[in-house]
Write a protein that binds this ligand. Structure first.
Ligand code: 13P
Length: 244
């Protein structure tokens, strides 16, 4: 399976910097056929830059949203629906990121509703799971991730329409990464929870950088990375792909 190199831009940049980043990633990816053989590429800009980013990339780089509404259309001020993302040319949507779980109190049940809408719209849902530092310190990481998987995945979930991203909350934006042993154990656990379905892509996320990516990609059941900070620089994003 090709590694999925996915950039979550979060709430960063301007129209100008976002378009510049999208086009430089697109150019760099297309210059290197070995990279295209080994990796699939995805960028997830803020909603308002989606259309311009789409115009700046070609078929080698996929586009995704960072969230979607649990509704298709109607009086839901501020929401963006899965069909709207599809209409903008998105193929993916990140759902249940720990920042949304934490700051907007998103529950597993809400994430499952959003994932169902994403599936119905023909989008691939990247469903994020991960434990907090306190939960890991008390040995609850598998219980927490197991329960998030069970409750955040709707019954429309298949290996074709869903990617799982394991992002330990304490590793996001902190420069700390989980140890290779911890990643191996958790990715094996997630694979087992998905009925040992080897076709599901399972990404690791949390302070992935060019310097640690090779070690992370060598771990069994790591099928790519969901990258925050390092996805905002073409050189770092491509450096991570090179490690694959
Ligand atoms: P960082 O790579 O900045 O730690 O962010 C990871 C992340 O949250 C990707 O969704």
């Amino acid at each position: 399976m090709k590694k999925l190199i996915a950039g979550n831009w979060k709430m960063n940049g301007t129209l100008e910097s976002g378009v510049g980043l999208a086009s430089s990633i697109n150019a760099a990816v297309n210059e290197n056929s070995a990279l295209l053989d080994a990796c699939d590429f995805l960028i997830c800009p803020p909603f308002v830059f989606l259309q311009s980013a789409k115009a700046a990339i070609g078929p080698a780089v996929a586009l995704g949203g960072q969230d979607c509404s649990p509704f298709d259309n109607g009086a839901y001020t501020g929401d963006i629906s899965a069909p709207m993302l599809k209409d903008m040319g998105a193929g993916y949507v990140i759902l249940g990121h720990s920042e949304r779980r934490q700051y907007y109190k998103e529950t597993d049940a809400l994430i499952a509703e959003k994932a169902k809408k994403a599936h119905d719209a023909g989008l691939i849902a990247i469903v994020c799971v991960g434990e907090t530092e306190g939960e890991r310190d008390t040995g609850q990481e598998q219980e927490i991730v197991g329960s998030q998987l069970l409750r955040s995945l709707p019954d429309t979930t298949t290996a074709e329409n869903t990617v799982i991203a394991y992002e330990p909350v304490w590793a996001i934006g902190t420069g700390k990464t989980a140890s290779a042993d911890d990643i191996r154990d958790m990715h094996a656990f997630i694979r087992e929870k998905l009925d040992n379905n080897g076709d599901f892509r399972i990404l690791y996320g949390g302070s992935v950088k060019p310097g640690n990516a090779a070690e992370i990609f060598a771990i069994p059941n790591v099928d790519g990375a969901l990258i925050g900070g390092a996805s905002l620089k073409t050189e770092d994003f491509l450096g991570i792909a090179q490690a694959a």
